[in-house]
Design a protein. Sequence first.
Length: 642
Amino acid sequence: MGSHEVQRSMSPETLRSFTQAVLRDLQALERMLAHDLFETGVRRIGAEQEFFLADPAGRPAPIALELLADLDDPRYTTELALFNLEFNMPPLVIGPDVLSQCRDILEAGVEKVRAAAGRRWTNAVLTGILPSIVQSDLDVASLTPHDRYIALNEGTMARAGGRLRLRIQGMDELLTEHESVMLEACNTSFQVHLQVEPAAFVQTYNVAQALAGPVLAACVNSPILFGRRLWAETRIALFHQSQDTRAVTSHPRELYPRVWFGNAWVRDSVVELFRENLVRHRPIIGGRMDEDPIAVLNASGVPRLGALQLHNGTVYRWNRPCYGICNGRPHLRIECRTIPAGPTIADEVANAAFWIGIVTAGVTAFDRIHERLDFDDVRANFIAAARSGLETGFVWLDGERVDAVDLLSERLFPLARDSLARLGIDSADIDRYIGIIEQRVASRQTGAAWLVRSDQALRSRATRTERMSVLVGLMTEHAVDGRPVHTWPIAAPADAARYPACFDRVEHCMTTDLLTVHEDDAVDLVAFLMNERQIRQILVENDDHRLAGIISWRSLLHRLATGELDALGNDVPVRDIMQKDVITAPPAMATVDAIRLMREHNITALPIVHNDRLVGIVSEHDFLPVVARLLEPSDRSGLHFA
């Protein structure tokens, strides 16, 4: 959990003061390590469960603050967006029933949210990316109004020049930009923490880095963003780009993103990572730090290292080093941030069990791993796993190339089982949870595979908006049942009737596959395109992709009938005959308002414009699904509220 005690305005004086506080904390941390002041002899795990809040149509529901008031429980906290929440599992000492404890606590925590959310006609959804989310959901009005998030948004966007650009290429391609950090709110994860003794930190952290790719390949479940099929774990690319404030220069420079994997093995201690954070990443938020950590140490106390922790919380390593205090004793942890939320509690506990088992096993099984595996290959393995999941081929120890399924099934799962047994965990729990991930890999049905196959099964019978609503509805239903994802049946067209979509905004109805012409193109091209594609109007753009006008089939026929085109000659540019005064609408406009606007102006199509750029169009045809839904009898049987 990040601190909310921050200053929204970072003057140069504030920045210098905060940076000095971070440096002072680093000095204190080095002293604590040198004098063996950290807790040893105990292993704990912890977890942060993030989830979406969704309405009956599976759409983001920005009611987090109201829900927190209803819950009145300090284990729940806000996230960046008002449609996200986080549940913090208390630390658990690793023992025989630790996996069962983890499952029971998480199930109770999520059920409590479902019960409270159900009273507000919403639900909690466990998934890395909510398939039904659209860009108009990411308006800054949905930013949680806490100083930390406001300062993070302001600081990030100031360094990004006011816009963050997103480009992800998968089965489909997504190319867009956004004016706030709210793109980050599309992501939710299941963050697992493992307490590590200082003497073992370097080897454990390096092993966690080496295994990040294989672990992720088995856990992917976020393939869809804004209705596009992208990476197997699109969260990785999305989070990276949603915080990428690096400037583009005319000559390549080594600039490091705030979301990063790292660029080298750790050699000596955890301090290297915290130092690198400060060296590479200037603070973007800060606050008053009243503690003098050196004075606290001199008084035999335990410093909070608040500045160090706050800065560390704004540098998003996929394996993040953490400092904490438990029962009055300081400790070190590794936070695994690669695992997505969901799709069920059973899947999450299986993922956690595998990660804990294989990382602890790797400390001895992969001794001196930094000499047997090039770090560039480790980083490339991680990105490849995010792209392709179980279809990934890895570069493994000593340059060996191995398929993801073979590496997991034949080598890593047995090691994880043995390590969990050595940690004293109950054999039945090991069989249950490692068994879940083994079966998931054997069947090749990860959460990502299920979503992509289900989306494909619905494509011939449903619009994009309808498909996304069905996917969210089915995920929620299966999560309530508790069946792991490898057992889920693929969606069928009949499921669309149980999970009606919501078309309350233009963005849910509009077509984004646009056929346009340039204002300097020949009118003959317009006539050709209309005839070729059997369309009745074509939008006209300029060089900046701004809407310049529109030409309708009706107006073209009129000019032909009246001889106007003959009078203008053969070489007629589009700009000479297009209608320049075009009625437009923003993506967030209510659908009923858009229909009313079209009726008032007697038009059959409405261009959709955002920031003066053409992003889509809605026509009478696009509203047919809306009308069909209005004519259907209401059926809430598939909403699955608690």
